[in-house]
Ligand binder design. Structure first.
Ligand code: ZN
Length: 199
């Protein structure tokens, strides 16, 4: 993983970073309440499942009662697959919610409900993987810095700003909530290289 300045084909200033989401090199040792695999019923759905193409529905505050267990299972699944982010649509539910943890430390477990992004102009390229596309590695241009507004599990408003891997994870996961995968973001040569994984 390294940073260096370079120009994109479109002349925008960009930096090259190695960032991998939502399958990644960040390992969480703390798996929370779901150490016992038998309590986890959800599964990660794989491309080209139809739910990955859906524009997910916003959540209402009334739905919150059920979400603690749901997001706990999502975090467990994400971590057991060495991921750094997982969207609800990737476990078959077309709702606007994702979890992430870009460091592997328990206090960085995050859940974002109804997220809205404000990406800044500068772009950078990074290699991304996706838990719904095992084996695929695709370079994707993302905003280098991004703000996010969302709600947490207690329906408290969240306003954060980040760069690097965390900003990339937010953008990758919000793409999922809009039915967009890294296959849609890839240049054609990257699809060719990854064709045996994409079916
Ligand atoms: Zn993904």
């Amino acid at each position: 993983m390294g940073h260096h300045d370079r120009r994109t084909p479109h002349g925008q200033r960009s930096r090259q970073t190695g960032g991998i989401c939502d399958s990644g090199e960040v390992y969480g040792n703390e798996l929370g309440a779901f150490r016992d695999r038998t309590t986890v019923t959800m599964k990660i759905v794989h491309y080209p499942a139809a739910v990955l193409r859906e524009r997910c529905e916003p959540l209402r505050q009334e739905s919150l009662d059920d979400l603690d267990g749901f997001t706990g299972e999502m975090l467990y699944l994400m971590k057991t697959h060495n991921g750094v982010g997982l969207a609800a649509s990737q476990v078959g539910h077309a709702i606007r919610l994702f979890v992430c943890n870009h460091t592997g430390k328990p206090h960085d477990n995050k859940c974002y409900i109804n997220p809205k992004l404000e990406p800044e102009e500068e772009l950078e390229s990074g290699i991304e993987g996706c838990l719904s596309m095992p084996g695929v590695q695709i370079p994707v241009m993302r905003a280098a810095i991004c703000s996010i507004s969302a709600f947490d599990l207690q329906w408290n408003p969240i306003h954060e700003k980040a760069g690097g891997l965390l900003a990339r994870v937010w953008q990758h996961e919000v793409d999922h909530l809009n039915g967009i995968t890294i296959a849609d973001r890839a240049v054609p040569t990257a699809l060719l290289v990854n064709r045996r994984h994409l079916g």
